[in-house]
Design a protein around this ligand. Structure first.
Ligand code: WTA
Length: 684
């Protein structure tokens, strides 16, 4: 949270302020086939019809038992949806499609090595594999409804299979992004209380076969240090029967899944009928303090919301070939590769590797070969693809009807390339704004209803009623040209219920700031604080400016600056550390690290490298700082707080502003020369 003295720097403060843009209109062919063309949807979902309006989404699912209470607010602000209802998420994503779509591809997986064949799993095949694994998880691993299990899996079909097998049993899965370090994984194992870790020996990335199993040894150890014993590590093999990791299998603890599965051939496990409000999964995300937050998403509400938004915003029909390029290790993959599309009987494409490997045409070759017609990715990938081969999409014969951008603001110029070159001028684009916590979209245009405006997400979704408050809680009106904190006035079914094991933090992070009465059980008293700054134009469209807290959005991935700073401080020579967001052409933002040394040490390349190594071990390679600046001292206020805002301005070569009130203004110029002069080295 940016405090009153304006000491912390936020992404919102360094946001680019784009001009108002022209509208682009959805093509007639798109409108003609769209799932939602009825403007009246906004009337049906108006606040006056809340919360009953969301029945429309819940009715997309197959319920074992219908609910009696649409929204239970008795434990405000932990909202419970469709209470009294019973449902199984796996049944909804798999079993119920068998009568009509048994032989249709549910998942098409594209391995990174181009010479390896795609794997197409029909709904029947998915059903069989999920059942057999569920039997293994139940009988061999002893998992039952309500248990947590940590997954540390890359982009392989075994990941959705494992998630769905958990969901079938009512087991709460917590998937940790494959790129995260063993240490990060271990902390999440401990926090969630998992005694089972499911991982893989290796996977392909940018031409390398990475050793992934090694991370599990560290993960188990870190979890153990925090008091969480892992009894079993289940190891999928990238090539069954062939082990590609150097890490030893620990006897009695580590088991190859492909060796165990034959014991469960033909097994069928009844989907466990879960209460609608039972947790489905945890997804950890970064926050203001060092400790990641386990966002708890519940079964009925979450599934209803992702099914509804997949149908009406992603415009998925069963006959579509839908490709979301996110990693399932993030919320986008959970909601819009696995649960949303599969609940609608779509064909969901998964790709193992890097979009530009081995060349800039790879993404478009996949789209062409599979006949993808709905495409979903993040601005960072769009920028990367554009840089690698601006004319490549034109060389391949694919035609998208619909494209999504998600996770960060997209520059209007990049948006236009996406529209003209990737969409070939014939696809609609939705710029979807949302968060790990929100489960599904908050703001976007409805693709067949609203015109698009490059750089703006659009209005609130049906049933989502955003509002912008200033710091004091006064409403900032649309069209005022002023930015403020974007909040949501009402709960919605996709929203998380709490932070796993830390309800206090849940309330203080998301609700304390604008709560009207902490005793209240009325949702109207509890606007949801997103942590983003936004501005609302005259036409009602929201433009998201970035985080107002200590979170950096790097290539669409959320990193807490505090997590990075504590990693720097593990290097014995480092006295103080400040990590700030720095603008980057491809990744949007990257972390730029400033450290000062304890008096007995001299700056050296070795120390810089140790800082980078510490960050990679603690968090993962994605958190690698752009540079590590060793500064003589940190710019500080008289009360001793580090002025990150000044450092961020230096990193971006922006105007530093008035620093005369600092305790040590002279150091600012020294740092500026160091950073902007030629004598700093970029770590590559
Ligand atoms: C940012 C990703 C601008 C925002 C789904 C939010 C966006 C954070 C957009 C959540 C968008 C997400 N335009 N900014 N369309 N979508 N963001 O939890 O700052 O990984 O708070 O969820 O990404 O990131 P998270």
């Amino acid at each position: 949270m940016s405090d009153k003295e304006g000491i912390e720097v936020s992404e919102a403060e360094i946001a680019a302020h784009w001009q108002e843009e022209e509208y682009f209109y959805p093509p007639a062919e798109f409108i003609a086939q769209a799932n939602q063309t009825d403007q009246a949807v906004f009337d049906r979902f108006r606040l006056g019809n809340f919360p009953e309006c969301f029945k429309e989404y819940a009715d997309l699912l197959t319920w074992d038992k219908y609910w009696h209470t649409t929204l239970d607010t008795s434990n405000a602000p932990s909202w419970r949806w469709f209470v009294g209802g019973r449902i199984n998420a796996c049944y909804n994503c798999v079993d119920r499609h068998l009568p009509n779509h048994r032989n249709k591809a549910a998942i098409i997986w594209v391995p990174e090595p181009e010479e390896e064949a795609d794997v197409a799993l029909t709904y029947q095949e998915l059903y069989v594999r999920v059942n057999e694994l569920a039997a293994l998880l139940q009988d061999f691993a002893g998992l039952k409804a309500g248990d947590r299990v940590t997954l540390h899996l890359p982009m392989v079909p075994e990941l959705p299979i494992t998630m769905l097998a958990c969901a079938r049993l009512g087991v709460i899965h917590s998937e940790v992004f494959g790129g995260f370090s063993g240490k990060s994984c271990g902390e999440r194992i401990a926090d969630s209380g998992s005694r089972i870790l499911i991982t893989m020996d290796g996977y392909h990335r940018a031409g390398d076969l990475l050793d992934h199993k090694v991370k599990s040894d560290e993960a188990v150890q870190v979890a153990g240090n925090e008091g969480q014993v892992v009894d079993k590590v289940l190891v999928w093999r990238r090539y069954p029967g062939q082990y590609v990791s150097k890490s030893k299998m620990v006897k009695g603890r580590d088991f190859f899944v492909d060796e165990l599965l034959p014991n469960y051939l033909g097994a069928r496990i009844e989907p466990v009928s879960m209460p609608a409000e039972a947790p489905l999964f945890l997804m950890y995300t970064s926050g203001t303090t060092g400790k990641p937050k386990g966002c708890q998403h519940n079964t009925g509400g979450y599934l209803a919301y992702v099914a509804g938004t997949s149908k009406y915003v992603q415009d998925i029909h069963p006959e579509d070939v839908y490709w979301c390029m996110a990693d399932i290790g993030w919320i986008t993959g959970h909601s819009y590769i696995v649960y949303g599309p599969l609940s609608l009987a779509a064909t969901s494409v998964m790709y193992e590797g890097v979009p530009t490997y081995p060349d800039a045409g790879r993404t478009w070759r996949i789209a062409e070969r599979l006949g993808v017609n709905i495409f979903h990715t993040a601005p960072t990938t769009i920028r990367m693809l554009r840089k690698a081969g601006p004319d490549e999409p034109g060389k391949y014969q694919f035609q998208f009807k619909h494209m999504t951008t998600v996770g960060e603001p997209i520059e209007p110029e990049v948006w236009r390339w996406y529209y003209h070159s990737v969409g070939k001028g014939k696809a609609v684009i939705v710029d979807t704004y949302w968060q790990t916590e929100t489960g599904g979209f908050l703001c976007s245009t409805m693709p067949a209803i609203h015109p698009m405006k490059p750089g703006s997400a659009g209005p609130g979704m049906p049933g989502i009623h955003p509002i912008i408050y200033d710091e004091d809680g006064s409403v900032i009106e649309r069209g005022s040209g002023k930015a403020g904190n974007i909040c949501i006035q009402n709960p919605w079914p996709g929203g998380f219920e709490t932070i796993w094991g830390d309800r206090k933090r849940y309330v203080s992070t998301y609700y304390e700031k604008y709560c009207r009465n902490p005793e209240s059980k009325d949702w109207r008293d509890w606007p949801y604080f997103t942590g983003d700054a936004a501005i609302q134009a005259d036409d009602g469209y929201y433009r998201i400016l970035g985080r107002v807290d200590d979170v950096i959005n790097v290539a669409g991935h959320r990193l807490g600056t505090k997590e990075l700073e504590s990693a720097c401080l593990l290097v014995p020579e480092v006295a103080e550390a400040a990590v700030v967001p720095m603008a980057d052409d491809i990744k949007g933002r990257v972390p730029d690290a400033y450290i000062s040394l304890k008096p007995e040490y001299k700056p050296s390349k070795k120390i810089q490298e140790a800082v980078v190594a510490a960050i990679e071990t603690e968090i993962g390679k994605i958190a690698r700082p752009k540079r590590v600046h060793i500064v003589p001292d940190m710019p500080k206020t008289r009360s001793g707080k580090i002025m990150r805002r000044v450092l961020a301005a230096i990193s971006d070569a922006r105007d530093i502003g008035d620093v005369t009130t600092l305790a040590n203004p002279e150091v600012v110029e020294q740092i500026r020369q160091m950073v902007q002069g030629d004598n700093t080295e970029t770590l590559k």
